[in-house]
Design a protein around this ligand. Structure first.
Ligand code: PLP
Length: 455
């Protein structure tokens, strides 16, 4: 290892070692090297302790994934038992394992009706990538190979592989990876009423925004459009919650033009919105494909899945031949055992029902921030919130990006012991679903303090 010296350095030896060899995801390396990373040491419930002994309340549930909070012994024990019994089982070549079989059954029971088949993957990106392959495979098998164009949305986030960054609505994702968006992806604007809906009520705007999909399908020709790809609400794109009228109209349009509906539940799934899936909260009845990840194991093990409808699976089974797609760790028995235990705990402790109940208290706090001079718009759903900071409340004028007001606010929050995330100038909160009322009060006291310090 290289010689480490912290003489004349504002950062610690561990931070320096971190800088020397570890390339972190989604990181500005020059900034990180100057400041040093926050190194986490241990965690319990909703709290994380850094190596400098500071306690942070995790307003982000990791990355929206630690649904059950940290340090659940049952999950560790189930993983240890499964590792000793059958530590790995490949699911290629006509091989299977019981935890994966049981988990497939459970996921079919929990997800919207018609999604009766499961393809296991290891991350949200892989689950969405699998959706994409299945869409193309379906239309080929259905004898409509011209249906190839995918319509996605501005400000979408679907993952970090080349295909999924191409689906994502912020070009910075694919330019970062060498400027290689895959072809055949078209985009419509996000249903972002606060910024895009001038002169309309949210309900009117929901219909307008949905009809952008119809306009795009007509422009491209329905015979060329394979699928519409979307998150029930947009998380990483800036906490965009669609008006109630949006999703019913989107579904009507997809049915009318025979366009597959692919729903990315990576962040919205497993209770975040106060129901098991965002589909239920937003009235999305019959998606053709659905990507799930994060909360499936509360991120105690990397695991994800693509839920597949009968319509697609039956063609795949009857006419598909071999499907040349999958990952070494697809259907991992340890991941499946952890996911099953995670779901058992969620059911036993009524975590989703509690999230719905606590969501009311959380939502009242979010709404109360609307009076803050920096805050232009607030929105929340279940235990998810977006707090949009603006330069001019009356005229809805955003801050100059270069000012990095959102980053400033999240740093102020961290100084007060709260982890929240700035997406541009939208502050987002999505705590573990096991948070208590008192801890919610704590989160919002710190959020208001951080806003005051930023103003
Ligand atoms: N889809 C959505 C909606 C996400 O929020 C994310 C990650 O935050 C992903 C996909 C990608 O998931 P992963 O990072 O596990 O690949």
């Amino acid at each position: 290892m290289n010689e480490i010296s912290t003489i004349n350095s504002p950062i610690t030896a561990l931070q320096l070692r971190d800088n020397l060899h570890y390339l972190h995801p989604f990181t500005d390396y020059a900034e990180l090297h100057a400041e040093g990373s926050r190194i986490q040491d241990h965690a319990e419930g909703v709290y994380i302790w850094d190596t400098d002994g500071r306690r942070i309340i995790d307003g982000l549930a990791g990355l929206g994934c630690v649904t059950l909070g940290y340090g659940r012994k049952e999950l560790a024990e189930v993983a240890a038992r499964q590792m000793q019994k059958l530590s790995y089982s490949q699911s290629f070549f006509k091989t299977s394992n019981e935890p994966a079989i049981q988990l497939a059954e459970k996921l079919v029971e929990l997800t919207p009706k018609g999604l009766n088949h499961v393809f296991f993957t290891n991350s949200g990106s892989e689950a969405n990538e699998t959706c994409l392959k299945l869409v193309h495979r379906y239309w080929n098998l259905a004898g409509k190979p011209d249906k190839r164009v995918i319509i996605a949305r501005a400000q979408a986030y679907h993952g970090s592989t080349i295909a999924t960054t191409s689906l994502s609505g912020n070009p910075v994702f694919y330019t970062s990876g060498g400027g290689m968006p895959i072809s055949g992806i078209e985009r419509i604007e996000a249903p972002y009423w606060y910024l895009n809906g001038a002169g309309e009520t949210p309900e009117e705007f929901g219909l307008t925004a949905a009809r952008w999909l119809e306009d795009k399908i007509l422009e491209l020709g329905a015979e060329n459009v394979a699928a519409f790809f979307a998150e029930p609400f947009q998380g990483a794109g800036g906490a965009i919650l669609p008006p109630d009228t949006y999703w019913p109209e989107i579904q009507r349009i997809c049915r009318k033009y025979d366009v597959l509906l692919v729903i990315d539940e990576v962040v919205s799934g497993f209770g975040r919105t106060g129901k098991w899936f965002g589909c239920e909260t937003f009235g999305i009845e019959a998606p053709d494909l659905m990507a799930i990840a994060k909360g499936i194991t509360s991120s105690y093990f990397p695991m994800s899945a693509t839920m597949v409808s009968d319509r697609i699976a039956s063609l795949l089974i009857e006419k598909g031949g071999e499907f040349y797609h999958g990952f070494t760790n697809s259907g991992h028995p340890v991941g499946a055992a952890v996911a099953l235990e995670n779901i058992r705990i969620m059911e036993r402790e009524q975590v989703v029902e509690n999230a719905a109940e606590l969501g009311k208290h959380f939502g009242e706090h979010v709404a109360s921030l609307a009076d803050h001079p920096l805050v232009g718009n607030v929105r929340s759903c279940g235990l998810f919130a977006g707090i949009q900071l603006v330069a001019d409340k009356d005229k809805r004028v955003l801050f100059d990006e270069a000012l990095r007001v959102g980053d400033h606010c999240s740093t102020e929050a961290l100084h007060r012991g709260l982890a929240l995330r700035a997406i541009g100038d939208t502050m987002t909160l999505m705590p573990p679903l096991i948070i208590t009322r008192g801890q919610i009060d704590e989160v919002f006291a710190m959020t208001r303090d951080a806003l005051d310090a930023t103003a």
